[in-house]
Design a protein around this ligand. Sequence first.
Ligand code: PLP
Length: 217
Amino acid sequence: MSLAEIRSRVDKAQAAAGRGDDNISLIAVSKVQPDERVAAILDEGHRVFGENRVQEAAGKWPAFREKYDGIELHLIGPLQTNKARQAMELAQAIHTLDRPKLANTLARLAQDMGSCPDLFIQVNTGEEPQKAGVLPAETDAFVAEVRALDLPLKGLMCIPPVDEEPSLHFALLAKIAERNGLTGLSMGMSADFESAIALGATHIRVGSAIFGERVTT
Ligand SMILES: *Cc1c(COP(=O)(O)O)cnc(C)c1O
């Protein structure tokens, strides 16, 4: 599907939800996509991208940044503490803050560097053992912990279980965000971004619908 088609679906979903005036960030997830495809999207004027791996992002985005102004990069994959500095140098937002040790590392680096990307806490709404993220019941306490570190916390992020109705997870994430006074909601991917918008998403992460299928993940 073309970028223009995705944009128009986003607009329609926003209008249907009575959110026509909201600023919803469409993050084009470019992980493992060939450079030509990424360049084509940049040439269409899009500037907001998402990557899963720090290594991969570091390999491709500095060169794109030399050619294109105003690129905004979102890290949406798991982050190891030993890659935190590099992630902070590369990305304008990190969506996968999921543990106290990482929060402490980011806080220390933020002091050191004098800046910090926008942060989202990843919530494991499906309570899946293999998945990253804080459990719903532990999220309020972790939000407080992150705020106490003076980190720029913008909101919450989730990846619903593949075999469950995503809207239940989007609604849960929205509820946890609201009771914590957080306005950012990073939720919704290629298959379900419209329902995420209906439930309040402020950042949708769309990969394959824009770029085509990934060869690997
Ligand atoms: C890959 C990925 C996406 C994009 O998935 P699509 O189904 O291709 O849109 C979104 N969020 C995260 C965290 C991802 O890893």
